[in-house]
Ligand binder design. Structure first.
Ligand code: ZN
Length: 112
């Protein structure tokens, strides 16, 4: 499932908006020293109301990066939402005050 805050922040930072058939590399923490990484094709799962990644190959074990969690930025203009989130919280209708693009744009459901 690609609906976590960490996924949102990572996609926004990379300037990626999820779309059907998009191929990307995901990773998850397995333990302190090792992460799991996999290439996936993403698609929108209607029943789960969430983007999911279908793993193409097997998961790979890679050294843990221990990255600090990324701040949430606007996927369009890189406005940093963190201060706004501290003051107002993050909800489904949080838009970028600079360009009006929704904070959730990278993982919004596809338009159909
Ligand atoms: Zn913006």
């Amino acid at each position: 499932m690609l609906d976590t805050r960490g996924t949102l922040c990572g996609l926004a930072d990379a300037g990626i908006v999820l779309e059907e058939g998009l191929r990307l590399t995901i990773w998850s923490d397995s333990d302190e020293n090792e992460d799991l990484e996999a290439d996936v094709v993403v698609y929108y799962h209607d029943k789960k109301n969430s983007w999911v990644g279908e793993v193409i190959d097997d998961f790979r074990h890679v050294p843990a990066l221990n990255e600090k969690s990324l701040p949430l930025v606007c996927v369009a203009c890189r406005f940093n939402f963190e201060e706004l989130i501290v003051r107002h919280g993050l909800n489904g209708s949080t838009d970028c005050p600079e360009c009006g693009v929704p904070a959730w744009r990278p993982i919004l459901p596809p338009a159909r």
